[in-house]
Design a protein around this ligand. Structure first.
Ligand code: CU
Length: 253
């Protein structure tokens, strides 16, 4: 039996605030080396809800020690925040592509038909704003890895797959590689805008870091120059997060 998770990679939001996110969580990079100092990662995504967009160091824990457990991820690109296709990349695994679902396009002009994305077809979004932060199969008997028409005949094995606008991709892999794996859109503008998350796989089975491995601790600058400094750090590609930072908003084209 596969354990199933839904992740919506999109730009949901309202009032001009539509950052890249996964299930409505705009990713904040951890302020520490997360693998070595997991207990210092700011793990509070408590303000996030099905009908809001939040910023946090979003992660999910999978497996908990059973190294043969199969996981099924349903990666969606649906709802209020659909509009671009996303090449989603999972570190630490190659996965099997079991199914792809597409939105409906006009036979005449090739354009997306309004309201015919997969949030209106195979998948349902439970929130009134159609952010799709907590999507599920419309047919509940498909839940928990029981979708009836997955491709079992030599499914392609990949580590990156396009999740089409308005559509979804079902992947499977064995959780047999304990570690901390980034899971993100590989368009860097989307990724750095927050469309990513961490998969913490089998935490109790992580390899220990060497005893003398540097512990940098959390370094948070919080002053009036924070916004300016944050941009400098971004330009230098230094992974330091400034409180009250500003991430440029990506407007829909
Ligand atoms: Cu993207």
């Amino acid at each position: 039996m596969a354990i199933e998770r839904f992740y919506n990679f999109a730009f949901p939001g309202e009032n001009g605030y539509t950052p890249g996110s996964v299930n409505g969580h705009q990713f904040l990079p951890p302020t520490v080396a997360a693998y070595a100092e997991w207990n210092m990662v700011e793990q509070n995504c408590g303000d996030c809800s099905d009908s809001s967009i939040c910023e946090c160091t979003y992660y999910d824990i999978i497996d908990n020690g059973n190294t043969d457990q199969v996981y099924q991820f349903v990666m969606t690109n649906i709802g209020n925040g659909a509009g671009w296709s996303h090449p989603i990349h999972l570190h630490g695994h190659s996965f099997y592509v079991m199914k792809m679902g597409f939105a409906s396009y006009s036979q005449d002009d090739g354009k997306l038909i309004a309201n015919r994305g997969q949030d209106q077809q195979d998948i349902i979004c439970n929130d009134g704003k159609n952010f799709c932060n907590n999507a599920q199969w419309r047919n509940s008997t498909w839940s928990n890895g029981n979708h009836p028409t997955l491709n079992w005949d030599n499914p392609p094995q990949k580590d990156t797959i396009i999740v089409p606008t308005g559509g979804y991709v079902v992947i499977r892999f064995k959780a047999d590689n304990p570690g901390l794996w980034f899971f993100h859109c590989h368009i860097d503008l989307h990724n750095t805008n927050g469309m990513g998350m961490m998969i913490n796989e089998s935490p109790s089975y992580h390899q220990k870091v060497p005893d003398d491995f540097p512990r940098c601790k959390s370094y948070i600058v919080n002053n009036g120059d924070g916004r300016f400094l944050n941009e400098i750090f971004r330009l230098l590609n230094i992974n330091v997060y400034i409180q009250n930072h500003s991430i440029p908003n990506i407007e829909k084209a």
